[in-house]
Design a protein around this ligand. Structure first.
Ligand code: SF4
Length: 303
């Protein structure tokens, strides 16, 4: 395993690739990454780095976002089938129909396809969804694809949020974590604080001490006096947290595994570098339109 990691690092350097990996990648992958982060952090970082070639380790919609924001850079991924069922649940047809019916702004979570982003008005991340919706000049907004994030945003903003596609829009990794899973860990570690991703269900939000995106979860323990945390999100998030805060304890939810994220492995990463495959392509006409809600999000964040 260590040999394989060394080979990957060497080859990436020789071929001029920078390795960007999402926080939910396995420990081995986190160890070979040049940068680790959430999808938007990585996409923004990609615009600032000089490297022209990016090996991206995450799922397809994230690689697309990197390509949209960096059309002149070469982006490759090791597993073409690493996709996101939640992102795929929101089609452009659903957005067009909802906008026609309600005639209000559509806010799209970045966890969505480039094709869908083309028809949305504003993008948002799990870190800034509340801020973005608050700043939009409308008391009603359409929001998709995650119904749990939509209900969290409704609670925090007091606005009417209409989820699209509705009941079928959720991340299976977060949605299927049960209150009992968390309470069982809480019984074992009574002093541990529960820190949850906003893609979890309402009943988990209600028993959480803190709710935040993976980038916010990363900052929370720095200012918090506690030293034990039950981390309610994809299980490999704790790998990064343990590295940042070696003196604190982070407890994972064992069953919270994103199978798509785990389609990347050291073997197919090495192959991707050897063959410089699979290149991510987003047609220019899609990319130009999909960029609009992302740019609108950046503009609102500056207000
Ligand atoms: S963790 Fe959930 S939202 Fe993220 S890629 Fe996996 S299925 Fe999609």
């Amino acid at each position: 395993m260590e040999l394989l990691k060394k080979k990957i690092k060497k080859l990436a350097k020789e071929k001029g690739y920078i390795i960007l990996a999402h926080n939910y990648q396995s420990r081995d992958i986190q160890e070979i990454a040049d940068y680790l982060g959430d999808s938007l952090q990585l996409a923004r970082l990609a615009t600032r780095i000089k490297d022209e070639k990016i090996l991206f380790l995450g799922v397809d919609f994230m690689a697309e976002t990197i390509k949209i924001l960096n059309p002149n850079k070469k982006v490759i991924v090791p597993a073409r089938s690493a996709t996101c069922p939640m992102a795929n649940s929101l089609t452009s047809e659903l957005i067009i129909a909802a906008k026609k019916k309600y005639n209000v702004p559509f806010v799209i979570y970045v966890n969505s396809t480039a094709q869908s982003k083309m028809y949305a008005d504003f993008a948002c991340t799990s870190a800034n969804a509340v801020e973005i919706v608050k700043k939009i000049d409308s008391d009603t907004v359409l929001f998709g694809p995650d119904k749990n994030l939509a209900s969290y945003v409704a609670e925090k903003t007091g606005k009417k949020i209409i989820p699209v596609p509705g009941e079928t829009g959720y991340c299976y990794v977060h949605n299927y974590i049960t209150k009992e899973d968390v309470l069982e860990l809480k019984k074992k570690y009574p002093k541990a604080k529960v820190i949850s991703h906003p893609e979890v269900s309402k009943e988990i939000r209600e028993i959480s001490d803190y709710i935040g995106s993976t980038s916010q979860m990363e900052k929370f323990p720095k200012l918090d006096k506690g030293n034990k945390y039950i981390v309610v999100t994809e299980k490999d998030m704790v790998v990064k947290l343990r590295k940042i805060y070696p003196k604190k304890m982070f407890i994972q939810i064992d069953g919270a595994i994103c199978n798509n994220m785990k389609k990347n492995n050291l073997k197919n990463i090495l192959l991707a570098l050897e063959k410089e495959q699979f290149e991510v392509e987003v047609p220019l006409e899609v990319s130009e339109k999909a960029k609009i809600p992302i740019k609108n999000m950046f503009k609102l964040m500056e207000v």
